[in-house]
Design a protein around this ligand. Structure first.
Ligand code: NAI
Length: 699
């Protein structure tokens, strides 16, 4: 049983005890129901206190039950709340630390609520594409007032209990405890003081109106729709709260239930719930137990103070970890430090960073030209030029100076981490840490596990990633790791689409309408078309059989590298990011088609989206099969956090699952018939073909 029952004189105390946050799983719900029954049957008990052990009153639904039938099994949360309301003896919720989702709904069912200051109070269901489904949309507006309640329900954000207690006329908290420490004692006293009061108050009986009536809700609905156009849940929250103002509590509950069930089935909510679980799953590595001992990371060294080195350093400075940057020349160090300063100063100007915090962070940064100054660092991250000879020289130096047990990481984006590890006599300490640009902003971190990388190194860097607020995903060693290996196929499809009749703008618009932050050509212009050009030149030696459109090379031959040269697939006006189509580029593509003897055809947006997205999916299936990624949800995280895949579609694998893998495979077979495309590539990866045939999904 995950709820304890104890009697203190004439007061029974039911204490939720389901660590870490007293999630309301079946056993906990049963525990509450049993406690209520016991207390009501015991003539010596006059009132009941409901509270939570440890770090929370309750964080709400138990994520282990997510989406399983157990979540609805009786006594479900609605039934437990009813049992509280019908209790013949008053129930006092003693709330502290965290009171969220179902936890808040449970408290709202109690006759009285006493809260400790500092409690985070929220109904965060909207963040999973849902709305509170156990009366939250009906009771919170009654307890708190329509507007503050609607704001909480639509935003899902937590508000501190002492702030809520200050709202005029609020009935959410009957009393604020002096402190979290005194809450238990005060709750017992409060329960005694109300033990004989009859009738017992119920939130459901409170009035619920808004002075502007339906006009207010129309206004709220318009606001919400503008702000969350791809997500249906916020507008449904408005509908549910509006129903609370229509008088009959039971009718409002029925509306809430219906809206909740409909939202459960939306692809947007499925995507958000998938991401919630995927994020938690990403930090778990199948063969690295959670209790693996970690190495201490108290100081970090960064080699190279360029674009990546500076951004990487900022992550650690932000987390309060001292950083030493090393370069070959003082000028390069000065430039690197100046860029970091400029970044922080712009945050200070925007009011996002306090002056003293800025100074404190800068004080953690030191620079050097000598490797000997790095010998005490617990971890070093190399971010020098992407040339294997340069990496070799750096790693030999690191091997010479770094203390035993230091973690040696490389930020390489294309080189083989095992080869880099082999430059040292300690390959077990070497790992790839592939940050994305700008490294101080982008959430994604690909952790590249070498053949010899030690398990405790993996455990350490995964924990460190959390500390610097990154979403870390483990990738095996291969060309491009997870993200760039997939994006190469996507880029190749973009090229074929140009060959066959599209303009860059048509391709970009189609995939942006699908929800990508940026289409492939705008993305190329942002990242620099010369980067891909350099990679293709290298590939043309290594993988000469790889078919691709030559249009991107022709573009680079014109010096159109993208935003940095003011011209790429599009033109750019200095200081602006608007992509302006360029007639010369269109003509270049047309000339190329003619030279290849291709008659252009009209291509639908649907075909564009399918070819781009399914190219990701097919390559991802190979990546899974090769063991480069250990689970499909990791691949989704890479694309959501690092490549602008639309959140409400849950990542390429989740999207493919929702389309149905059978349909995905059928489309691939169609694409394979196109002589201008790459028929070999469109052979469905064996894993994908098998799952499709068995009617299964990736996730
Ligand atoms: P960058 O050219 O901006 O910076 C490299 C810095 O390393 C320069 O300041 C240079 O002076 C310094 N450097 C070169 N050789 C050195 C040596 N032997 N010792 C000390 N310092 C040395 O390059 P960027 O873009 O920062 O890239 C660095 C690494 O990060 C590369 O491996 C690259 O593939 C990788 N990367 C780059 C991304 C990007 O978007 N720019 C994204 C992810 C990884």
């Amino acid at each position: 049983m995950t709820a304890e029952y104890k009697v203190h004189g004439d007061i029974a105390v039911i204490t939720l005890n389901n660590p870490p946050v007293n999630g309301l799983g079946l056993a906990t719900r049963q525990g509450i129901a049993d406690g209520l029954a016991k207390a009501n049957a015991d003539a010596a008990v006059k009132a009941i206190v409901l509270t939570g052990a440890g770090k929370a009153f309750s964080g709400g639904a138990d994520i282990k039950e997510f989406g399983s039938p157990k979540a609805m099994q009786e006594p479900n949360l609605g039934s437990v709340i009813l049992a509280i309301e019908y209790s013949a003896k008053p129930v006092v919720a003693a709330i502290h630390s965290v009171c969220m989702g179902g936890g808040l709904e449970l408290a709202l069912g109690c006759h009285y609520r006493i809260a400790a200051p500092g409690t985070s109070v929220a109904l965060p269901e909207v963040k999973l594409g849902l709305l509170p489904g156990a009366g939250g949309t009906q009771r919170l507006p009654r307890a708190l007032g329509v507007e503050p309640a609607l704001n909480m329900i639509v935003s899902g954000e937590a508000i501190k209990s002492e702030m809520l207690a200050m709202l005029p006329g609020q009935k959410l908290f009957d009393k604020m405890a002096a402190s979290a420490e005194s809450l238990a004692e005060e709750a017992l006293g409060y329960a005694r003081s109300v033990a004989d009061a009859r009738p017992m108050p119920l939130v459901r009986n409170l009035p619920c109106t808004h002075p502007q009536g339906d006009a207010y809700f129309q206004f709220a609905r318009n606001m919400v729709k503008g702000m969350s156009k791809n997500f249906p849940a916020p507008a449904k929250c408005v509908d549910a709260v509006q129903a609370a103002t229509k008088g009959k509590f039971e009718a409002g509950m029925a509306t809430e239930r219906e809206l909740f069930i409909n939202l459960m089935w939306t692809p947007e909510s499925k995507a958000l719930r998938h991401i919630f679980m995927a994020e938690r799953a990403a930090s778990k590595i199948p063969d690295v137990p959670a209790d693996t001992a970690q190495r201490a990371i108290k100081s970090v060294a960064v080699i190279g103070a360029g674009t990546m080195g500076g951004g990487i350093s900022m992550n650690f400075l932000n987390a309060g970890i001292p950083v030493t940057m090393l370069e070959m020349k003082q000028e390069a160090l000065d430039r690197g430090v100046a860029t970091i300063r400029k970044n922080y100063e712009s945050q200070v100007k925007k009011g996002k960073l306090k002056q003293d915090k800025y100074e404190q962070r800068m004080s953690l940064l030191s620079t050097t030209l000598s490797y000997d100054d790095l010998k005490d660092a617990d971890m070093v991250i190399e971010a020098v030029f992407e040339e294997i000879g340069v990496k070799e020289a750096v790693f030999k130096e690191l091997d010479r100076v770094m203390k035993p047990g230091a973690i040696l990481a490389s930020n390489t984006s294309t080189l083989n981490v095992d080869s880099i590890a082999a430059f040292t006599k300690r390959p077990q300490d070497v790992v790839g840490l592939h940050f994305f640009s700008p490294a101080n902003v982008m959430k994604l971190l690909e952790v590249v596990r070498g053949a010899k990388t030690a398990k405790d190194v993996m455990a350490t860097v995964m924990a460190m990633a959390k500390k610097i607020k990154k979403t870390a995903v483990v990738s095996g060693v291969c060309d491009g790791f997870i993200g760039n290996r997939m994006i190469e196929q996507y880029g190749r499809q973009g090229g074929f689409l140009l060959d066959e009749g599209c303009t860059p703008a048509q391709v970009d618009k189609a995939i942006e309408k699908f929800g990508f932050a940026m289409g492939p050509f705008r993305m190329g212009d942002l990242a620099g078309n010369d980067i891909g050009w350099a990679i293709r030149k290298r590939r043309s030696v290594e993988r000469a059989d790889m078919k691709y459109s030559k249009t991107a090379d022709l573009l680079c031959e014109k010096g159109r590298f993208g935003q940095k040269t003011g011209a790429g697939w599009y033109d750019y006006v200095a200081g602006k990011r608007d992509a302006i189509p360029n007639a010369e580029v269109i003509k270049m593509i047309e000339d190329y088609r003619k030279a290849q003897g291709i008659t252009p055809r009209k291509i639908s947006d649907e075909e564009i989206v399918q070819r781009l997205v399914y190219s990701l999916v097919n390559e991802a299936a190979h990546i899974l099969e090769d063991g480069i990624a250990s689970k499909a949800s990791d691949i989704d995280m890479v694309y959501l956090m690092g490549y602008g895949f639309p959140i409400y579609r849950g990542g390429p694998m989740n999207y493919a699952d929702q389309v149905g893998l059978f349909n995905v495979v059928q489309a691939m077979k169609r694409f394979a018939q196109n002589p201008l495309d790459d028929a070999t590539f469109w052979q469905p990866a064996p894993l994908l073909a098998r799952l499709a045939a068995e009617g299964k999904t990736f996730n």
